[in-house]
Design a protein around this ligand. Structure first.
Ligand SMILES: [Zn+2]
Ligand SMILES: [Zn+2]
Length: 276
């Protein structure tokens, strides 16, 4: 197990970091919830679901596809998403705007540095706790696909994550084709073979989750190339309230509108030292 007791000084610094984060995000961010009283959130992605179904429609479609391809067992071991980005709220604008070349992009990137720093540095040991005590042995981000205007250039997300995770090695994903919503282990490939020590627990980071098809395709490819464990971490779960009210119900859509920023452990660890 990782060191379970960070020093008092470090905990104080982390608390200050989280206070600043709350100040920055508290007025508009909505933390992803994984449980609801009426059983209307998907335990995988936090998206809307009918109470009679165990997971949401898009996650069940994805699992069906993976099953049909015989790769269901190679999907990510765990998925965690930080915030909701409800079309077209402030977080949605942050997620869309941080990677563009606009005057507000730098400010949006500063916001996302807090979200990433919180999950990947402040709560680093919580991730290990939630992964059977296995700390990430490498990390990677989803690159821009061929359909993107940024194809071939470094993705801004990579630039945000890299200084936070500089203590562990990076795995580079390359792209074969356009981004698809369907599961495909052919979309991504590895630039080289990596040592098995690096493949013990790969932390796979993406910015937004819509159907999960792209990032799960990368998880499956990593497993096929020796990853023993894959954790997906996404900054935001896109929510379309019109779709939600049509498919699940107006009451559920209203529930999403009322959610707020909660803080708490981004990995949901019951032993989190930051949550008392
Ligand atoms: Zn889901
Ligand atoms: Zn924690």
């Amino acid at each position: 197990m990782p060191d379970a007791s960070p020093s008092r000084t470090l905990l104080n610094a982390y608390s200050r970091f989280e206070r600043n984060m709350r100040w920055r995000l508290g007025s508009y961010a909505k933390t992803v919830v994984y449980h609801s009283a009426k059983n209307h959130v998907c335990p995988i992605c936090g998206g809307p679901k009918r109470s009679t179904n165990p997971i949401c429609y898009s996650c069940s479609i994805l699992r069906e596809q993976a099953k049909a391809l015989g790769v269901e067992h190679q999907m990510a071991d765990q998925v965690r998403i930080a915030n909701y980005a409800i079309k077209f709220d402030q977080m949605y604008r942050v997620m869309d705007g941080y990677k563009r070349n606009r005057k507000e992009s730098k400010d949006y990137q500063e916001t996302l540095k807090y979200v990433l720093g919180d999950a990947l540095a402040v709560h680093r040991d919580c991730l290990a706790r939630m992964s059977g005590g296995i700390s990430p042995s490498s990390w990677t981000t989803i690159p821009s696909t061929k359909s993107s205007e940024r194809y071939g250039q470094p993705h801004p997300l990579n630039g945000l994550v890299s200084p936070i995770l500089k203590a562990i090695p990076e795995i580079r994903l390359l792209v074969n084709g356009p981004k698809t919503r369907a599961i495909s282990s052919e979309t991504f490939f590895l630039s080289e073979m990596y040592p098995s020590e690096m493949m013990r627990h790969v932390l796979l980071i993406d910015d937004t989750w819509t159907s999960g098809g792209t990032v799960e395709s990368a998880a499956i490819m990593l497993k096929q190339h020796g990853a023993q464990r894959v954790t997906i971490y996404c900054l935001a779960r896109i929510i379309d309230l019109d779709y939600c009210s049509r498919m699940v119900g107006q009451e559920v859509a209203d529930g999403y509108s009322r959610l707020s920023y909660r803080g708490g452990c981004p990995w949901g660890s019951p032993q989190c030292p930051m949550v008392r």
